[in-house]
Design a protein. Structure first.
Length: 281
């Protein structure tokens, strides 16, 4: 995959331009990291065909999916994309089997559906409704639904961030196994440094729409700050996993927060923890 794109954006700090170009190698697991609001999710939406305003070109396996100069734009449903957000977006009126079956292109793929159910330990839940599933089970169904379409590119937007630490680790293993078994080309947006080290072949840092760094996950110690998601406890404290941390924030952010809100935090190299915003959704 080769992408170059340009799109004006706005976040809490003001207006900026998302302007990026990069290549995703076949079979590569690429991670995108950077502050919230820097354009990472928008980048996934551009690749998926969910953002028509962007300027630039997107080529996948020799086929042009988008070229703004030529007026070419391939509709999302015609792009071989698997997409998983934090919100699992399962159809509530369909069972696990029906959710996966709906994503199939044809009946010939039923064997793949059954294989995925087995790989993700979902075989006993085929008749369950989404409301009967735990968060981890729903996430596994969402992953299976994305992969059953045999995508050329799998796009993951912080799919595990809402789960507890132990469950997140188990699902990271599932995800890596699926990536390797089905020879996927995967792009993951994540604020979790440990997750990136475990899963990714390469990391691109993005800030205010621009690439600010690129390298191997093992070079992550050189990155100047770490962006994560935590729970605001009030009184200047956040919970990160099993740890309670002292955090700094300005009064404007404080006015928006209630106890148990999810917040974006930044841990600086010197160890200071800053709340940089309330997490959407």
């Amino acid at each position: 995959m080769k992408l170059d794109c340009r799109l004006p954006l706005k976040n809490q700090q003001g207006e900026f331009v998302l302007e990026l170009d990069f290549v995703l190698k076949k079979g590569e697991f690429l991670a995108l990291n950077g502050p919230s609001g820097s354009g990472k999710t928008t980048l996934l939406r551009i690749i998926a065909g969910l953002e028509k305003r962007s300027q630039g070109r997107l080529w996948v396996d020799g086929a042009c999916w988008q070229d703004s100069d030529q007026g070419l734009f391939l509709a999302p449903q015609k792009r071989a994309i698997g997409l998983v957000f934090q919100n699992y977006a399962l159809f509530p009126n369909m069972t696990v089997w029906q959710n996966l079956r709906y994503a199939l292109q044809n009946d010939a793929d039923l064997s793949l559906l059954e294989e995925l159910l087995d790989l993700l330990d979902l075989s006993t839940l085929t008749n369950a409704w989404p409301r009967q599933l735990s968060g981890g089970q729903q996430q596994r169904v969402a992953l299976a639904r994305a992969i059953v379409r045999k995508p050329k590119i799998l796009l993951l937007d912080e799919p595990l961030s809402a789960l507890d630490f132990n469950l997140r680790e188990r699902l990271q293993t599932y995800l890596l196994d699926l990536h390797q078994r089905f020879e996927l080309s995967t792009i993951l947006v994540s604020h979790d440094r440990q997750e990136i080290r475990k899963l990714a072949d390469r990391v691109i840092m993005i800030e205010k729409g621009k690439k600010t760094g690129e390298g191997l996950p093992g070079q992550f110690s050189k990155i100047r700050s770490l962006d994560l998601v935590a729970t605001w406890l009030g009184n200047g404290k956040v919970r990160l996993g099993d740890n309670i941390l002292e955090a700094k924030l300005d009064e404007n952010i404080l006015e928006e927060l209630d106890p148990n809100d999810l917040v974006n935090i930044r841990i600086k190299p010197e160890g200071e923890v800053w709340v940089v915003g309330k997490r959407d959704g």
